[in-house]
Write a protein that binds this ligand. Sequence first.
Ligand SMILES: CC(C)(COP(=O)(O)OP(=O)(O)OC[C@H]1O[C@@H](n2cnc3c(N)ncnc32)[C@H](O)[C@@H]1OP(=O)(O)O)[C@@H](O)C(=O)NCCC(=O)NCCS
Length: 189
Amino acid sequence: MGLTKIHTRSAIYLMSFKRLLQDTAGSLLVKQWKLIEKEDIVPIEDSMLPEVLRIQVDGFENGNEEKLIKYSKKSRNIFYVIKDKDKIVGYCVYYLKPVLSLKGFEKQSVISSIATDKNFRGKGFAERLLKGSIEEMKVNGITFIHLYVNVNNLPAIKLYEKTGFRIIKQVENICGQNEKCYEMGLRLA
Ligand SMILES: CC(C)(COP(=O)(O)OP(=O)(O)OC[C@H]1O[C@@H](n2cnc3c(N)ncnc32)[C@H](O)[C@@H]1OP(=O)(O)O)[C@@H](O)C(=O)NCCC(=O)NCCS
C-alpha cells in the first residue's frame, strides 16, 4: 500500500474516532441537561413531531426529515418547540459539540435547524425561541454556539444578528452542494 493511501486511511480513521468521541460525550451531556422554565417553550414530545415536520417542510426546500426525527428521539432536551396558546408555531433544534482544546473540554453547541410557521412569522416567535434556548445553553455551561446560514437568507441572518450572532466566515458545500453560506457564532463564556 502506498504512503498516500496509508495517510488518507489514517486521516479517515482519526476523523471517525473524533466524531465517535464527540457523539458519545454529546449524548452524555444531553442526558444531564438542566431544563429551565421557559414561557411557551417546551422540549419536543412525540405527539408534536408531525406538526414540527410540517413546519420544516414548509420552511426549507430540502429539509432533512430523518435528522429531525433522530434528534427528537436522541436530543429531546435541546429540541425546543414554541407554542402560541396550544398551537405549535416553531421549533429550534441544537446538537452538542464538545471540543477538546488546550484548556480541556469546552462545551459548544450547533443550531441544526430553526423555523416558524409561515402564518406566524414576523411576530417575534423565532427571536423568543433563540433567546430562551440561549439562556438554557448558558445555564448548562455551553461556551459557544455555531450555526450555518445561506448567504441569501436575509430574514435568518437578520434574526441571528439581532440575537447577538456574528459572521465568522463564508463557507461552501455545508448548507447544500455548491451553496454559499455563512458560519456564524455567539460566544457565551
Ligand atoms: C428565519 C425565520 C425563522 C424567522 O422567523 P420569525 O418568527 O418570522 O422571526 P421573528 O418574528 O422572531 O423576527 C425576529 C427578527 O428577525 C429579523 N427578521 C425576521 N424576518 C425578517 C424578514 N422577513 N426580513 C428581514 N428581517 C427579518 C428581524 O430582525 C426581526 O426583528 P424585528 O421584527 O424587530 O425587525 C423564518 O423566516 C423561517 O422559518 N424561515 C424559513 C426557515 C429558515 O430559513 N430557517 C433558518 C435556517 S438557517
